[in-house]
Design a protein around this ligand. Structure first.
Ligand SMILES: [Zn+2]
Length: 396
């Protein structure tokens, strides 16, 4: 196939792509429903196999799909996942076509539409450039931070020259056929820390005989929130607090879940160290007993940022140029939240994200995509792959 035939090639497969989307969306793949996620992976294998790809297991439950003869570089890794945030006992379970344009259903945008854009783009590119090396990783638990594949992402395993995430393309306005869709050049990192503060319980009638852990936690919270630095993209949040046993008792224990986001790894590490220091530095003091409160912490999750740099700028520029050529409306954006592209980027691979289905209401019971645009995005992704692969070949 030639590049000029790509549009017609995609059109011919529109019904097939929609049928696969319906099949995958109607399978419940909530992260904790591991049997459902595994069944989704098996169904995805059927499609990948029929398209002529090989599929390997990664760390048992994740999958790596490979297209092309892989005899010519560079290697491009697409990043996707099978799990969704919708439990099987909830009431948002089915694929539903709203009209000619819109389709709603759990995971239509995050990320089954993107998964199909990836698979069909891999098929198209392997017909145009049979020697190419394009792979797609499909995580089984991305929605909880991909705990069992994080090591693989950040290690030597990928060996990719570029990575492209298939999280939804975010409309910069009301979802329509020509609303600008964001291609993500930067995602902030995310860290969650559990803090536990210990005081000394006493009857509130004799406060000099105790030390309130809640007071100690409150003082620490003020210090942690003082680390907020919006200009440099650092934002802290105390997500939950708990503590104490009764109104007439000085609290012996108080807990908080502290989270923060950051644009660079250096800021993430510095903020983490500052928060750990604030938690563990004794703050409340009872002079009568000469005791101080005490703080402990454990780091629940620490996701690296997808940093903006020259290497991923090349990918962004290529997407924007191809979008313009094809008449798609795409704009570069930064996102506050993380995705698996963050790990891949931290492992040293230039990465972008947001090349999946145009979607609104993701992670909510109104998750909806624009189906004709989702299908057109197969063409945009394939054209981007083609450019990156052939430009590298020309340089070599
Ligand atoms: Zn996702």
């Amino acid at each position: 196939m030639q590049l000029e035939q790509l549009g017609a090639w995609v059109d011919e497969r529109a019904t097939e792509i929609e049928n696969w989307l319906e099949t995958l969306v109607n399978m419940n793949t909530f992260t904790a429903n591991t049997a459902g996620v595994d069944a989704g992976m098996d169904k995805m294998y059927e499609l990948a196999d029929s398209l002529g790809f090989t599929v390997e297991a990664v760390n048992a439950r994740h999958r790596l799909v490979k297209a092309g003869n892989a005899t010519q570089g560079p290697r491009i890794l697409l990043i996707s996942h099978m799990d969704t945030v919708f439990p099987p006992d909830g009431d948002f379970l089915e694929y539903r076509r709203i009209d000619d344009e819109f389709v709603t259903g759990p995971g239509t945008g995050d990320i089954k539409g993107g998964l199909l854009i990836g698979l069909y783009a891999m098929k198209a590119i392997s017909e145009m450039l049979p020697d190419c090396d394009v792979q797609m990783v499909v995580s089984a638990n991305e929605e909880i931070g991909s705990p069992t594949i994080r090591d693989w992402y950040m290690g030597e395993n990928i060996d990719a020259d570029f990575a492209i995430g298939l999280e939804p393309g975010f409309p910069q306005g009301e979802l329509s056929a020509d609303v600008p869709l964001g291609v993500v050049y930067q995602r902030r990192g995310y860290c969650a820390i559990n803090a536990t503060i210990y005081g000394h319980e006493a009857h509130s009638g004799v406060p000099h005989e105790g030390l309130s852990a809640i007071d100690g936690l409150a003082q620490r919270i003020l210090k942690i929130n003082a680390l907020n630095d919006p200009e440099n993209g650092i934002s802290t949040n105390i997500g939950t607090i708990s503590g104490g046993t009764a109104g007439n008792t000085l609290a012996g224990v108080a807990k908080a879940l502290i989270t923060f986001r950051y644009e660079t790894m250096a800021d993430g590490e510095a903020t983490k160290a500052a928060i750990e220091e604030i938690i563990t530095t004794p703050t409340g003091h009872n002079p009568h007993l000469d005791i101080w409160d005490r703080g402990e912490f454990d780091v629940n999750i620490f996701i690296p940022p997808m940093e903006r740099n020259e290497r991923n700028q090349y990918l962004v520029d290529t997407v924007l140029e191809e979008a313009k050529r094809l008449g798609h409306n795409v704009v570069p954006i930064a996102r506050g939240g993380g995705s698996d592209a963050n790990y891949v980027s931290a492992g040293g691979t230039p990465s972008i994200c947001g090349m999946g289905a145009p979607c609104v209401g993701l992670h909510s019971p109104t998750e909806t995509i624009h189906l004709p645009m989702m299908i057109r995005r197969v063409e945009l992704l394939t054209a981007t792959l083609y450019r990156v692969l052939t430009e590298a070949e020309a340089k070599a």
